[in-house]
Ligand binder design. Structure first.
Ligand code: SF4
Length: 485
């Protein structure tokens, strides 16, 4: 999972656009902490990127590095390709003219596309799937061999990507001298929002992976791009849109359950007051009802900080039992470490237990999801060591048994705690008295329709997925586990 942010300020309304871009990127840090970068539309492009967090990479950044009106940025969580500077986004290409690109998502037919690009006598220099999108986009434009391009060419090149590149992606592109382009995959699996801010000088447009960025920077959310939608903002601040290569809208539900900030808008939000926090609380109430039906008696409910909080609130209200902050997280340990094994160890050391709340109590401990079970097992151990009487682990997401092939870091079935286990066996493995999950049916009630991707729970993938594609993705993941990258 990654985050993208882009901005187009044709009237020079913002005194320092690069600072605004970096601030936008910092609001998306929750989506990826491996690497970050920005590119501005100068000729040649101004580009700065590195491994690490936004604040580490840009802390010496002077503002006004560029007076250009367009910029895009990216924060990376590595799911495909190694975490190296070479693979860090944005990428740039000078063919047929200056194109800069960043994306959030995963390409599933990458082997086929690599061959296609090599056949077109182009060199592939990274193992990041963004390069496949960028090269194909450039190939599509180059076929026109024009002196001047129009917005129709850009919309058609994006449509070409949507019909040839399988998987999930939201893409931002600077077309130097022409404008800023944003588009999603044909199912709209990965999110991309359009925002705007009015100023005395005119309107500033922005794209972001989450609406919370807009709130923090004073932008108004215009809307989420629909499945396959393409939006181009030209040099005169005019917007051109096309529906693109459209299939069923299937936004990723895991964005709401886990990734996105709680004050962001949910995937199918229609209501101004709606928020991810509200949806998580509603799922919590459903979980509370399940606990009642099972006849379980809890003394209190605690959360795994931070995304378990609103589920825990819902459970607490439904069961009329107190919510307490029984676990705290030591955020001063939030440091950039490229080695994933070391990072996992540090994550586990982050949790502290508030002993007097736990001793001799029947505890319901709530997390947003249980994927590998490492954190859940560690927390169960911490609570036991503080003499919890009974421990009930409660997940905000249904049982995850299938790999995500769309950019969330769970692409290997075998590494999931639920792999080949029944619920009681998962509880035994984690070391708790019982585990409680919502069902997919419960989620459908909260989201009032079936219009979301739930492949990691159900195994029903919204895109074409052959056995060989699943195997390619699993092999790529195995390679990274072996190399510890
Ligand atoms: Fe999201 Fe799961 Fe679909 Fe992946 S498989 S896109 S995590 S809902």
């Amino acid at each position: 999972m990654c985050g993208v942010f882009g901005i187009s300020d044709r009237n020079n309304s913002v005194s320092s656009l690069d600072s605004e871009l970096i601030s936008g990127l910092a609001t998306l840090q929750n989506r990826g902490q491996d690497a970050a970068g920005i590119v501005m539309s100068n000729n040649p492009f101004f580009i700065k990127k590195n491994l690490g967090m936004v604040s580490q990479i840009f802390h010496h950044q002077k503002s006004n590095i560029s007076t250009e009106p367009v910029g895009i940025g990216h924060v990376r969580y590595t799911t495909q390709g190694e975490n190296t500077l070479k693979n860090t986004q944005p990428f740039i290409l000078e063919e047929p003219f200056g194109i800069a690109m960043a994306h959030n998502g995963n390409v599933t037919n990458f082997k086929h596309l690599r061959n296609k690009i090599i056949q077109a006598k182009r060199k592939i220099q990274t193992t990041n799937d963004l390069e496949l999108i960028l090269q194909l986009f450039s190939i599509s434009l180059s076929e026109n061999s024009r002196k001047e391009y129009t917005y129709r060419d850009f919309l058609s090149a994006a449509e070409f990507i949507q019909s040839n590149v399988f998987g999930a992606y939201s893409v931002l592109t600077i077309l130097r001298g022409y404008g800023l382009l944003g588009f999603t995959d044909s199912n709209g699996i990965r999110p991309l929002f359009l925002g705007k801010k009015e100023s005395i000088k005119g309107v500033i447009f922005a794209f972001s992976s989450e609406t919370s960025s807009f709130e923090q920077l004073g932008f108004e959310t215009v809307r989420r791009l629909i499945a396959g939608e393409i939006i181009f903002i030209d040099n005169n601040n005019q917007i051109q849109t096309r529906n693109g290569f459209l299939k069923n809208y299937k936004p990723c539900i895991f964005e709401d359950l886990y990734f996105s900030k709680s004050h962001s808008k949910p995937i199918n939000s229609v209501n101004h007051n709606d928020s991810i926090a509200l949806r998580r609380e509603t799922i919590g109430k459903i979980l509370g009802k399940k606990i009642k039906m099972l006849g379980l008696k809890l003394d209190l409910v605690i959360d795994v900080p931070d995304s378990g909080y609103f589920y825990a609130q819902g459970i607490s209200e439904e069961l009329c039992i107190p919510y307490k902050k029984g676990l705290t997280k030591n955020d001063s340990m939030r440091t950039f470490i490229s080695d994933k094994n070391t990072r996992k160890k540090i994550v586990l050391k982050k949790f502290n237990v508030i002993s007097h709340l736990i001793k001799n109590k029947r505890i319901g401990v709530v997390d947003d999801s249980i994927v590998r079970g490492t954190i859940s097992k560690h927390i169960a151990m911490l609570l036991k060591s503080e003499d919890a009487k009974e421990i009930y682990f409660i997940s905000g997401s249904p049982i995850i048994r299938n790999p995500c092939i769309y950019g969330v870091d769970m692409s290997l079935k075998e590494e999931m705690v639920a792999y080949n286990k029944k619920i009681d066996e998962i509880a035994l493995y984690i070391g708790v008295d019982k585990i409680i999950y919502p069902t997919l049916g419960d989620l459908k009630k909260v989201y009032e329709n079936n219009r979301f991707c739930h492949a990691c729970f159900s195994g029903e993938y919204p895109t074409k997925v052959s056995k060989s594609i699943l195997l390619d993705i699993a092999q790529e993941k195995l390679f990274r586990i072996k190399e510890n990258i």
